[in-house]
Write a protein that binds this ligand. Structure first.
Ligand code: MCN
Ligand code: CUM
Length: 792
């Protein structure tokens, strides 16, 4: 008997080529905008040119008069259907179409449906809106000033621009620890607004069929089942007559989690017209109006002991939420999982306060590889860790080594209540230092300094919580966070697998088949994976927070094991022995006492349809719902070496080393792709992505001249290393990885630049570290803030 070779069949650990790429690289993907339905009309959105203004009147008559225009929808008309406002996933309300005021530049004011997109655009231009402009607020300081104009005057009882307050930890204990400290390090910084800007913008095609009453929506959603539930609950349509289909998605990065007014309007227009209505957002619409990320102000301190131990931490965070609190995050915490900060360090006590502010900017709050504000948390963590090491005069690597949680401390309870599951933090750090040649670099740096060159090294180490839920702590609109998989094995042993997750480029079609292979020995090429259609996929919560592997991936294992359990009964029948005498090896059952007598999983599949024992249900299919016991906690160590040109402030990246421990890797090549992509984004955020606002609330960065996307030309090379600490509670030991490098990466770049400036007294330059900011820091010796408003 030759054993099935797991790598050979594309099982766990195989760097199998991405099957979806066969269509993507040929231009044969099937994206929302590719779909054309018979009789389909086109919708365009009219957006506000101003950030804050009362709407005095909207005159749509000229738009209606344009031949080919079928519908001009205003907030007033939407209000008649009770749809001028919608609830957000953070229990706030958001305007679908503005009625009373506009509250950010780019806000949806009206939409026009026409025979083609160009006529619809002309229709938008023909609408005359009279605005009475109000002062614009573009940062929390302005928002929270005593005389600030009230942005959310639509909300009963709202008297200021505070949208939430939140706190966690032990204040008294933290104060006591600070009183005992030998030294206190303080750091203030702003993590700027950034935008996921996927290649494909958002869009939808709503098709309400008046004959059947069925609403089908093709759309760019990372979470189709949530959308179906939201449509059912908000629009009060019957859920069984709603079908949401997310076809191929051209990048999501969190941009495609929230519910946008454009989606809602296309649905409403289709219902009103009884025809399919397509909405495709344009690039500037995407950049100015859909889910942004970050925009968070930190002010925090570490209490330090002379020997380098951290005694306590505390910080306050102000988040700039934009005009509506529409964070799409499923925890009961107002600020996501920001209190996962410092989880990789053994710190006994801490206290965090947070406050959200309404401003005249687009809503969004969490997106862009964030794991719900974990990106900001880890950035602040690693920036203040670097500052603390400098304050103590200690080597930053040694400072981390002293404070990192030890391998024998797991499971480790953080001061804010998280339970980190496993890891080898020091090993990852040492591997990274070794790979980058840390000791040699320190010597090179001193020599270069003597010759007037500024070299710097930045380190970032972090663990982050990936995989929402479990259902005890996480829900969306009251629906608990779990996920699902359904597996159907056909008579010839080929199979179709469906999950409640939804790939936007992460490669689920490739990796889920590998899990089935690992569990059943069916070659990965024999398993087709389908996601994103609520009429066929099992109920699931979608893809974000790198939750697919931790939750849906686990469900794939569990459903495969159910199939294996049934196949064992079939094998016993075929082998004419009792089930207890049947043993399993990959792809095959055999008789324990006669290992040569065996049947393959494919033979069992055929028997499920053609030769089942009496009393056994025919067929070989099942489903599994998986409620994870905990989040998964990958660890990463990123190291960056830069050279800063003191004359121009330009900085070049000389080396990047990454050590990632995401547990067992299903597909090492895809994992490396995720890390490479994340590091590219981290580099872009730290270096070039500039999205800000002027004093009038105009969005600076709503185009790709200001908001730069990194290409292969600017992006440095990355050296990737791995450590594997299996996740103790995941069926195949995997942890999430999709966001790690974007979360942990930025601090490594910024720490490197500041290390190169270590003799100047500069403690912080806000991202992006544009050359003029770095130059200003060098020439003035002062910190450089990036908080809006900017001068224009
Ligand atoms: N994987 C693996 N072994 C592991 C962990 C993951 O082989 N131990 C594989 C998975 O099977 C999957 C991929 O790596 O194919 C990412 O898995 P996971 O970490 O579970 O993340 P998700 O699939 O849930 O993806 C979400 C995550 C998020 S939240 C953002 S934002 C982001 C990211 O993925 N958006 C992306 N990476 C992206 N990559 C692309 N190409 N496009 C996006 O929009
Ligand atoms: Cu927050 S970006 Mo991802 O979690 O979809």
């Amino acid at each position: 008997m030759t054993r099935v070779d797991e790598i050979g069949i594309g099982g766990l650990g195989a760097s199998r080529r991405r099957v979806e790429d066969a269509r993507f690289i040929r231009g044969c993907g099937n994206y929302t905008d590719d779909i054309k339905l018979p009789g389909m009309l086109h919708m365009e959105v009219l957006r506000s040119p101003v950030a804050h203004a009362r709407i005095k009147s909207i005159d749509t008559s000229a738009a209606w008069a344009i031949p080919g225009v079928r519908l001009v929808l205003t907030g007033e008309m939407a209000a008649q259907r009770n749809l001028a406002w919608m609830p957000t996933l953070s229990y706030d309300t958001q305007a679908v179409l503005a009625t009373d005021k506009v509250r950010f530049q780019g806000q949806e004011v009206a939409c026009v449906v026409a025979d083609d997109p160009y006529t619809a655009k002309d229709g938008c231009e023909a609408i005359v809106v009279e605005y009475e402009q109000l002062p614009a607020i573009v940062n929390p300081t302005q928002a929270l000033a005593p005389d600030a104009p009230l942005i959310r005057d639509d909300k009963e009882g709202q008297t200021d621009n505070v949208c939430y307050r939140w706190e966690v930890g032990d204040k008294a204990g933290t104060d006591r620890a600070f009183a005992r400290a030998d030294k206190v390090t303080r750091l203030k910084l702003h993590y700027p607004r950034s935008h996921p800007s996927p290649i494909e913008c958002c869009g939808s095609i709503a098709n309400y069929d008046p004959a059947t009453g069925k609403l089908t929506v093709y759309m760019t959603s990372q979470a189709p089942h949530i959308i179906r539930a939201a449509v059912a609950l908000v629009a009060e349509l019957p859920e069984h007559l709603i079908r949401i289909v997310s076809p191929d998605i051209g990048g999501g990065f969190g941009n495609k989690v929230p519910v946008y007014p454009g989606y809602v309007c296309s649905i409403l227009c289709s219902i009103l017209l009884g025809k399919p209505v397509k909405w495709t957002e344009d690039k500037s619409g995407n950049l100015i109006s859909t889910g942004f990320a970050r925009d968070m102000y930190f002010d925090g301190e570490l209490a330090l002991r002379e020997d380098g131990r951290i005694l306590a931490l505390r910080f306050h965070a102000d988040t700039d939420q934009g005009a509506f609190f529409s964070d799409a995050q499923p925890s009961k915490f107002k600020i996501g999982l920001v209190h996962s900060a410092f989880a990789c360090y053994d710190i006994p006590v801490g206290h965090i306060t947070a406050r959200g502010a309404y401003t005249n900017k687009a809503p969004g709050g969490v997106a862009y590889r964030c794991s719900f504000r974990v990106t900001e948390a880890m950035f602040f963590q690693e920036r203040i860790i670097a500052a603390a090491a400098a304050d103590l005069g200690m080597d930053p690597a040694e400072f981390r080594r002293v404070n990192l949680v030890r391998d024998d401390q797991f499971p480790y309870r953080t001061p804010f209540g998280f339970l980190t599951d496993s890891g080898q933090y020091r090993r990852c750090l040492d591997l990274g230092l070794d790979a980058i040649g840390y000791e040699d670099f320190l010597k090179d740096k001193e020599e270069a300094r003597l010759r007037g060159r500024r070299l710097g090294i930045g380190i970032s180490t972090m663990t982050e919580p990936l995989g929402a839920g479990n259902s005890r702590e996480y829900d969306i609109l009251g629906i608990k966070m779990f996920d699902s998989a359904e597996l159907r094995v056909h008579p010839t042993g080929k199979a179709i697998l469906r999950t409640g997750a939804k790939s936007q480029g992460q490669g689920h079609e490739t990796t889920w088949a590998q899990i089935v292979s690992h569990e059943l020995g069916i070659p990965a090429a024999d398993v087709v994976v389908e996601e994103g259609d609520t009429d066929t996929a099992p109920f699931g919560m979608g893809t974000y927070a790198s939750r697919s592997t931790p939750v849906a991936g686990a469900a794939v294992s569990m459903v495969s094991r159910k199939i294996r359990a049934k196949a064992r009964k079939l094998a016993a029948h075929l082998l004419e022995v009792s089930e207890e005498d049947v043993e399993w090896e990959l792809g095959r059952f055999f008789v324990r006492s006669a290992p040569n007598r065996g049947v393959t999983i494919q033979e069992c599949a055929m028997a499920a349809y053609g030769n089942m024992p009496d009393g056994l249900e025919p067929g070989l299919e099942n489903n599994a719902y998986y409620d994870p016991p905990n989040l998964t906690w990958p660890f990463a160590c990123y190291l960056v070496i830069v050279e800063v040109d003191p004359e121009t402030g330009v900085w070049d990246v000389l080396r990047v080393v990454a050590v990632d421990d995401c547990g067992v890797r299903i597909n090492p090549m895809i994992v490396e792709g995720q890390i490479t992509g994340g590091l590219t984004e981290a580099y872009a955020m730290s270096n070039m992505q500039f999205m800000t606002f002027d004093a009038e609330g105009n969005c600076v960065g709503s185009n790709y001249l200001d908001y730069l996307l990194p290409t292969a030309w600017e992006t440095p090379g990355f050296e990737l290393h791995e450590v594997v600490t299996p996740c103790p509670h995941h069926p195949i030991g995997a942890k999430g990885v999709g966001e790690c490098a974007a979360v942990g990466g930025p601090a490594a770049f910024v720490n490197a630049v500041l290390d190169a400036l270590s003799d100047t007294g500069v403690r912080n330059i806000d991202m992006p570290l544009l050359p003029d900011r770095v130059w200003e820091a060098i020439t003035t010796g002062r910190d450089v803030s990036g908080a809006p408003p900017v001068k224009t």
